[in-house]
Design a protein. Structure first.
Length: 247
């Protein structure tokens, strides 16, 4: 892949240095390893299908209204507002984060503040945006939880389960061509895995038939600068996966 000067500048902005010369970047992509699609235990599948069934027929406006009105767990008592999602609802790329933080709770939009700025810089480096654009160059962003846990604590299993139907329906409506799962709780929700992100990244997984790439959450990258290069590798893997699939 050949990166433009603007993209290289974006990479420098997020703290990633190219490890090859620009003229070498056009070399053919390495083969992509595809992991077997994870299968949830039958009891979890049945519980999810039952819990999600009222949500599974909702269109975008009705789904948003359902999220706003949700009181399924105690997070509704402490939230300022719900954080539904943002982006082109027919985007080819879908990014799934973890739970809203303080600024997301205040603004009602996922990935804002410093972590959102880092994510936007990473996306621009591969000609992607959360703003209005051609679906092929746009992302739809959603979180596993639609409400902020108090004090930005980790989501509880019960909270993830109660919110899961909303995320499932968002994926169904977007019909993305690729999914980026950012952070441990996004991985837990989508892949039914408690394995660390570091062990799951670097290969292609699948969620309901859609290629899924595991990567670090931008908030983690802000605290662990050395892993920014790994996150860039993950983003490149996602680009290569789409190219090889001819999408």
């Amino acid at each position: 892949m050949r990166w433009s000067e603007r993209q290289i500048a974006m990479l420098r902005e997020i703290g990633v240095r190219l490890w090859v010369q620009p003229e070498q970047a056009t070399a053919s992509a390495a083969p992509v390893a595809v992991a077997d699609e994870p299968v949830a235990p039958p009891s979890r599948v049945a519980a999810t299908a039952s819990a999600a069934s009222p949500v599974s027929a909702l269109d975008w406006p009705a789904l948003r209204d359902a999220v706003v009105a949700c009181t399924a767990c105690k997070l509704c008592e402490s939230r300022r507002q719900t954080v539904f999602g943002v982006g082109n609802t027919r985007a080819h790329w879908m990014i799934v984060g973890e739970a809203p933080g303080e600024q997301e709770d205040r603004l009602g939009e996922p990935f804002v503040g410093k972590s959102g700025q880092l994510l936007d810089n990473m996306l621009r480096a591969v000609a992607l945006t959360r703003g209005e654009a051609d679906p092929a160059h746009q992302v739809y962003i959603a979180n596993t939880l639609k409400c902020r846990p108090p004090g930005n604590r980790n989501p509880l299993p019960d909270e993830l389960a109660k919110c899961e139907g909303f995320l499932i329906r968002q994926v169904q409506l977007v019909q993305p061509k690729i999914i980026l799962a950012m952070g441990a709780f996004a991985v837990q929700s989508l892949l039914r895995s408690t394995e660390p992100v570091g062990k799951l990244r670097g290969r292609v997984h699948r969620y309901q038939g859609v290629p899924l790439i595991v990567t670090y959450h931008p908030a983690y990258l802000l605290r662990n600068l050395v892993d920014k290069a790994k996150a860039w590798d993950d983003l490149c893997l996602a680009v290569e996966t789409l190219q090889q699939a001819g999408r």
